[in-house]
Write a protein that binds this ligand. Sequence first.
Ligand code: NAP
Length: 134
Amino acid sequence: MSNPTLYRGFDTKKDVPDQSGKVILITGGTSGLGRASVQCLACHKPQRIYFTGRDSSKAKTIIAEIKSTTLDVNISFIEMDHGSLDSVQKAAKTILQAEQQLDTLIACAGIMGVGILLVSSPEALNQILKQDFP
Ligand SMILES: NC(=O)c1ccc[n+]([C@@H]2O[C@H](COP(=O)([O-])OP(=O)(O)OC[C@H]3O[C@@H](n4cnc5c(N)ncnc54)[C@H](OP(=O)(O)O)[C@@H]3O)[C@@H](O)[C@H]2O)c1
């Protein structure tokens, strides 16, 4: 970000371009940055949004919220646990079978505040790396 003042007052409702025809995948879409990205992009007419996470009950709530305010939005939750390669492969297969294209990937799945864990053990570091970079 060369000039942060340019981004002051950025309005996600009017400053995000139309997403027509775009297929979007957001990992970690059930909370935090990912959830905000899902909510924002759903309002800009994407062809489809996929979002991932482990918690399907949170996902159901998000989808219901979005559908209550945005009509005709194609949004799907795909369960994906970055701690399990099988789970990541299954999720990837689901998307590959359904789509010919992927226009946008927003990778938000991860955990924060890892300082203590990083020094605790090599296994803890390995777990963090698997979640953030499956
Ligand atoms: N927030 C910030 O200001 C900030 C700043 C710099 C960097 N970051 C980084 O951005 C990432 C997201 O931050 P956030 O604040 O949005 O975090 P958050 O609110 O805790 O959200 C994390 C997301 O990642 C998913 N997730 C966690 N572990 C997972 C796993 N093993 N497999 C699959 N999904 C998993 C969670 O979904 P489920 O619980 O459904 O699995 C959730 O949707 C983190 O890596 C963080 O370090 C954040």
